[in-house]
Ligand binder design. Sequence first.
Ligand SMILES: [Zn+2]
Length: 206
Amino acid sequence: MADGDLGEFMDVSAGTARPVIRYGAAVLHRPCAWVDSFDTGLEALVEDMFASMYAADGVGLAANQIGTSLRVFVYDCPDASGESRAGHVINPVLTTIGAVAPPMIGPEACLSVPGQQAEVSRAAVATVTGTDVCGRPVTVTGTGLLARCLQHETDHLGGIVYVDLLPAGERAAILAAAGLPGRHRRGGLDRSRLGRQAVGEDRLFP
Ligand SMILES: [Zn+2]
């Protein structure tokens, strides 16, 4: 497979669009597992991800955004020249970012935080390495919006949504505008509680 190709074997119209999961659901806020089974189930997942991304009119999608906690993303996104690039990456790792150009600050949005956007600083050039669904090595280098997309999607697979990169007040305002709860309000991760447990207060003062 050449850099960023969809792959001649893959029928991207074969997948089933699934609902995109919104910020606050636990699956978006924990790291995804590395893929170690390159089977037909993985190919079906990638097909569903393309279908879901196109149905939602997105330029990229991470597997946990449709509820599957595996390190996989898909993209169909223009680079800085305006050329559209499409592909998928299994087990992506950002290998080089920001080495050749100053960071770019621009609007960023996410299907999991619908209707909102914010200014986010990203490296202007990004390279991701990983494999295709057959386990063959893939390298994708992107500029412009594609560079932003590669960083955004790799962040998703680490449990980071772009609003997590913003100051707390700005994040809270965006989530409120989207009608979404913060990630710490559903009882799953309460930092103050974790802090008490870390110093043993729960045992001292049960
Ligand atoms: Zn996103």
